[in-house]
Ligand binder design. Structure first.
Ligand code: HAM
Length: 428
């Protein structure tokens, strides 16, 4: 038997319903904020990701699905959406008057060690705002994430963590301080963190190993080193969040796995999912458009992980809605007679064309009794009965499942008869 590839998964039943619910909630909330949809390719030139995410990050160093195409060009399955959106913006010379707001959704690929909440193919939705350096843009993107979690019934199960990583003016000073601290305690750190001291010291602060976590409690605080502009930006963001009633925790040691961030970084985290605790995460990345060859355009955004949100919704039973996928309004029961079956097939198609969901038995040799049993199980509101007699007389019997009431009507009046008992087309 051929099995799915490690780190991938199928979605069916309740998982698929929650997946669709998250997607449709996201689109609805994003539109409320005037954010436009952009669809970019799933694979891109490898250098797009190495240049934007950072050579020293885990994503670029270890996790990319990179392969040469038939002409030997290096391609990569996108590990995230931000770089592709920036590439699109530059390539298509999109004009930005005031703020450009875009969103995307779809599969991303990272060769990580699979575990609960961590997959090799996973699904993100994300938003990106371009064109404004103001803290109000950071605040609005966070508000979008908050509104979406609220819509999914998850606002109380998540905590918003906020930090500032400084800017090119003040971060180097902090990195020096951090490096000398890390060097002084290197004997107590895990091997991975020791390797990061020179390559990517900020990432050390994200280590989840007990021995490192206890040491990092005493690491220098970035908020002490922020320049006055970064400090003002951070204060303004927090003030706007407070004004909007969005609770947050300022977490001085919050860092991110991608190198492009400046100033604001944030994560909505939960304690319900173990180590993979971030469900929505993002921040500001003012230099990225220029690094990728475009103009100097400030930007901020986030991405959310659909698998983790599904897991959280299942845990919180935020949507224990009964399974209505596959349910139809009308169920046909008909005799074995070829003419009756042919007519039932036609009428069923007519109902669907009128927007009324319906189904009929597709296999032969089913008794009336077993067809009625299927109709009962299907949860349909009405059964349309077409026996030999009805077929010959050009009529059908319509039975309501709630009251058991039954009437016989001409076949040509079937839609109208269904309408009178409250079964209307989905376009009605
Ligand atoms: P990220 O933190 O790498 O950021 O990913 C965002 C979210 O995607 C995570 O919080 C998590 O929910 C989900 N995620 C990431 N990796 C996996 C995985 N292996 N399996 C399941 N879910 C996963 C970014 O991707 C940035 N592009 C976010 C951003 C947008 N920053 C600015 N704009």
């Amino acid at each position: 038997m051929i099995q799915k590839v490690r780190g991938t998964r199928d979605f069916f039943g309740v998982d698929e319903r929650l997946f669709s619910r998250i997607e449709s909630s996201a689109v609805r909330i994003f539109r409320r904020y005037g954010i436009q949809h952009v669809r970019t390719p799933i694979f891109e030139d490898t250098s797009l990701f190495t240049r934007s995410i950072g050579e020293a990050t885990d994503i670029v160093a270890k996790e990319m699905y990179t392969f040469p195409d038939r002409k030997g060009r290096p391609l990569t399955l996108r590990p995230e959406g931000t770089a592709s959106v920036v590439r699109f913006l530059i390539e298509e010379k999109i004009q930005i008057t005031d703020t450009l707001k875009v969103f995307y959704m779809g599969p991303m690929f990272r060769y990580e060690r699979p575990q609960a909440g961590r997959y090799r193919q996973f699904h993100q939705f994300g938003i990106e705002y371009f064109g404004t350096p103001a803290a109000s843009a950071d605040a609005e993107t966070i508000a979008v994430g908050h509104a979406l979690l609220k819509d999914l019934g998850l606002a109380s199960g998540t905590t918003l963590l906020v930090n500032s990583l400084g800017c090119p003016a003040c971060r180097p000073g902090y990195l020096e301080k951090l490096k000398s601290f890390l060097t002084s305690v290197s004997g107590q750190l895990c091997e991975e963190c020791r390797g990061r001291i020179d390559r990517n010291p900020l990432r050390c602060l994200d280590c989840k190993r007990e021995e490192c976590v206890t040491v990092y409690v005493a690491s220098p605080s970035i908020s002490d080193t922020l320049c006055s502009a970064c400090r003002a930006h951070d204060a303004s963001l927090k003030d706007l969040l407070a004004a909007a009633g969005i609770g947050f925790v300022a977490k001085d040691r919050l860092v991110r796995g991608l190198d492009y961030y400046v100033r604001t970084v944030f994560e909505f985290v939960t304690t319900a999912l173990g180590a993979q605790d971030a469900v929505i995460a993002g921040g500001r990345y003012d230099g990225l458009v220029r690094v990728l060859g475009g103009p100097d355009i400030p930007a901020v955004g986030f991405a959310g992980g659909i698998e983790r949100l599904i897991e959280l919704m299942l845990k919180q039973q935020a949507s224990a809605a009964p399974d209505s996928s596959g349910r139809v309004s009308v169920f046909f029961v008909c005799s074995e007679d070829a003419a009756a079956r042919r007519r039932a097939f036609q009428l069923c198609e007519d109902l669907r064309a009128a927007g009324i969901s319906s189904s009929l038995p597709l296999s032969d040799g089913k008794s009336f009794k077993s067809q009625f049993r299927s109709a009962d199980k299907s949860g349909a509101c009405a059964v349309v009965i077409l026996g030999e007699e009805e077929a010959a007389a050009g009529s059908v019997s319509v039975k309501r499942m709630d009251t058991g009431g039954q009437q016989t009507v001409p076949q040509s009046d079937l839609v109208a008869a269904l309408n009178t008992i409250g079964i209307a087309g989905d376009a009605a």
